[in-house]
Design a protein around this ligand. Structure first.
Ligand code: NIG
Ligand code: FE
Length: 407
């Protein structure tokens, strides 16, 4: 058998490729070829420049279309039980998200449903959501805990997240979000709850279930001081942090997470100039979540111009969750980011690939380059801008993760 350097596992031709190489532009290659071996890209470039001896075990000759890096959904809460459509109705009738949460609905209603569900039931309910994301181009996704709020149930959520990654053959990064809401058994004892959450973190990290730590720093969540306690624990374990920052009010969340060298500050609608500067200095990514903005019918825009001016990388994610963002397509999140936040389609695509990978601390994907992971999506469109344009539709022809087709 030929063991030559240009014998690959797979070769795709008949497509245009948007590599996203460099800081700007799509890196478009017309009439391109993509070769991969052992899960990594071995060739990305014009078909006409393929090495003369290039061969592959599997040669896919496509009839047109566009290949991009596979999408990376860097902020989801997609493992949950139950449904909160009734709360959406209440909000449309004038109730606020905060008022529903304070009355024991909101996050706590999902906590009740999660606690009542077996691990297998949670897995069965959550798998179709992950499947839907894959079917629209995703090959890496982050999944947060935060609907268990006790040791056994936080563990159950993180175990289900890991199982989903194994079952679908894609990368799942888990984030520990016990500091999401105060469970009823700790009512009036938020400091004690943080102490308990720090203890659970040590155990769950020892089980290999945690890749990063997050908190909901908000009037209806946890204070900056409580968030700091959780982040100090994360740091002691060598775990990176990220934060639900400045979504409903400005508590200085972006500055706080930047102070810990955080991977990202997420939402950031109310982030002021100082927070943007701090993120730029720390190299933290701003994760924009237009699904929650859209569904909550928010009007306060994230500080787009400031983020651009300070060179803060902007990611786009679904925030898939039952309360504020019942969104099962990252491509649709890209569209919402363009329509609501006026991202350019190019910013939206970079936000759902290269910058999203950075928001997860992953440097081996998000761009199509020889030596990086063979994670790519093949679309039934020709213009890269079309990915930030269409609402819905069946645009994704195939998704590969580490050189294996997963959708
Ligand atoms: O990202 N802000 C807090 N967490 C979620 C909402 C969770 C929920 O309402 O269930 C968010 O929007
Ligand atoms: Fe969220």
């Amino acid at each position: 058998m030929d063991q030559g350097a240009n014998r690959w596992d797979g070769l795709l031709t008949g497509v245009a490729v948007a590599t996203l190489e460099g800081d700007a532009g799509y890196g478009l290659v017309e009439d391109a070829a993509l070769g991969w071996r052992d899960g990594l890209l071995a060739y990305v470039g014009p078909r006409a420049s393929l090495p003369a001896d290039a061969t592959a075990d599997a040669h896919y000759e496509a009839d047109g279309g566009l290949v991009t890096p596979a999408l990376v959904d860097c902020h989801t809460h997609l493992v949950f039980a139950g449904d909160r459509a009734r709360e959406f109705e209440m909000r449309l009738q004038g109730e606020s998200y905060e008022a529903i949460a304070r009355a024991g609905g909101g996050i706590l209603s999902t906590v009740r449903a999660v606690r009542a569900a077996s691990e297998d039931a949670l897995f069965e309910q959550s798998m179709p959501r992950a499947r839907a994301l894959l079917d629209d181009g995703v090959a890496t996704l982050e999944i947060k805990s935060g609907y268990g709020l006790d040791f056994d149930n936080e563990r159950k959520l993180l175990r289900v997240a890991r199982r989903i990654g194994e079952a679908l053959g894609v990368t799942v990064r888990t984030t520990y979000l016990a500091a999401h809401a105060l469970p009823p058994e700790f009512a009036g004892r938020a400091e004690d709850y943080i102490t308990a959450g720090i203890d659970w973190l040590a155990q769950l990290h020892a089980e290999g279930l945690v890749d990063a730590v997050d908190a909901f720093c908000e009037g209806i969540g946890f204070s900056p001081a409580q968030t700091r306690r959780m982040f100090a624990a994360a740091r002691a374990h060598g775990l990176p942090v990220k934060l639900h920052a400045d979504q409903l009010s400005d508590l200085g969340g972006a500055s706080l997470v930047a102070e810990y060298g955080g991977l990202s500050a997420d939402h950031v609608e109310h982030t002021a100039e100082a927070g943007v500067r701090a993120m730029a200095a720390a190299g933290s990514v701003a994760v924009l979540l237009p699904g929650a903005f859209h569904v909550l019918r928010e009007t306060k825009m994230p500080p787009l111009e400031r983020l651009r001016a300070h060179g803060v990388p902007m990611a786009v994610a679904t925030d898939c969750n039952p309360g504020t963002s019942p969104l099962l397509s990252l491509r649709q999140a890209m569209q919402l980011a363009c329509s609501h936040f006026r991202l350019t389609p190019e910013e939206a695509l970079r936000g759902a690939t290269v910058h999203a990978a950075r928001a997860l601390g992953l440097e081996d994907r998000g761009v199509l380059r020889v030596g990086l992971r063979a994670d790519f999506a093949h679309w039934r469109v020709r213009e890269p801008a079309a990915l930030g344009y269409w609402l819905g539709g069946d645009l994704c022809a195939a998704v590969f993760s580490g050189g294996n087709q997963v959708a």
